[in-house]
Design a protein around this ligand. Structure first.
Ligand SMILES: Nc1ncnc2c1ncn2[C@@H]1O[C@H](COP(=O)(O)OP(=O)(O)OP(=O)(O)O)[C@@H](O)[C@H]1O
Length: 294
């Protein structure tokens, strides 16, 4: 025991022993300075609430003693606190209304952009999924005006001429572009906007929108998984598959242009969608909100 005491006494410096956070000094018998806003000898009635909660104004304003918080009627206590602070409690939301977000979802061909967006559409309200205009042929099951606006090459070129597109590109020989007016209309109504673009489109959007939009890069768990997924979709010829897979290899190198990466692993579509939702929620809770203007 003596040895222990000696060890303790030598291992902690004397100065630390006197640190207020480390030691609990016995309460001295001399009177400690009180933090009561009014001096004891004042004729004012004794205060019952914590003085830490009082503002300068409240200290100056004359008010009746606060009722006991454990026994008082709730309404009476609420009113007493209001009058002690000199103003009514506001019911205005403390958090400002979040700005509508522009969320750009991108990733290599076949990674599951459409699949993630389709599910997000089912589970989340308040989002407008921008319908991209494209000159490519409609695939079986795709609906014009819902999946894409299917237009001819000539129609697409006149949209470019009229400056109606936020961004457009020639992808695998077909035009794809984002109509501006659609975004403006829905943002004005308070909707968040989801844009689905390829990597080339995401790079262009980043140069136009900068940090005012959120950029999400969707990946498969591995290159092998991506190839199997593309083969399984059965929408490309072997030559088209080769081009897409070779391009995907290059595209992964552009990860640094994005804000978030989401893995859409085989059979784990739901987790990928949940992560996208969490990203949106976190963005909504940001103090310094992004403020996209189209
Ligand atoms: N998590 C997943 N697990 C298994 N299969 C998936 C998953 N996500 C998507 N898929 C399937 O993979 C294929 C490719 O998905 P999708 O068409 O959504 O990709 P995409 O990124 O939109 O492709 P593209 O850019 O070529 O249009 C589809 O057959 C889809 O059903």
């Amino acid at each position: 025991m003596l040895l222990l005491r000696r060890l303790f006494a030598t291992s902690i410096p004397r100065s630390q022993l006197h640190h207020p956070l480390l030691t609990r000094s016995p309460i001295p018998s001399v009177a400690l300075p009180t933090r009561t806003p009014f001096p004891r000898e004042s004729s004012a009635p004794p205060l019952m609430a914590s003085d830490a909660a009082r503002t300068e104004d409240a200290r100056r304003a004359p008010f009746a003693p606060l009722p006991n918080s454990t026994t008082a009627d709730k309404v009476e206590l609420y009113r007493s606190l209001e009058s002690a602070l000199g103003s009514n409690f506001s019911s205005e939301p403390i958090s400002p209304t979040p700005h509508p977000l522009i969320i750009v979802i991108s990733g290599p061909s076949g990674v599951g952009k459409d699949a993630v967006i389709k599910r997000l559409r089912e589970v989340r309200e308040g989002i407008h999924f921008v319908v991209t205009a494209t000159s490519r042929a409609q695939r079986p099951g795709e609906v014009d005006g819902k999946d894409y606006y299917f237009v001819t090459k000539e129609e697409f070129l006149s949209m470019i001429q009229r400056n109606e597109l936020l961004e457009y590109a020639l992808v695998y020989g077909e035009y794809k572009g984002i109509p501006k007016q659609q975004i403006r209309d829905y943002m004005a109504k308070g909707f968040d906007i989801v844009l689905r673009v390829d990597i080339q489109g995401a790079a262009t959007l980043r140069s136009i929108l900068g940090d005012s939009a959120v950029f999400i890069f969707l990946v498969a768990e591995s290159e092998a998984a991506l190839v199997k997924r593309l083969i399984g979709r059965k929408t490309e010829t072997s030559d088209m598959l080769l081009v897409r897979i070779a391009t995907a290899r290059e595209e992964v190198k552009h990860l640094g242009n994005f804000d978030y990466i989401v893995v859409n692993a085989e059979g784990k579509l739901e987790s990928a969608v949940k992560l996208v939702e969490s990203i949106i929620d976190a963005e909504k809770a940001k103090i310094r909100q992004r403020n996209a203007q189209i």
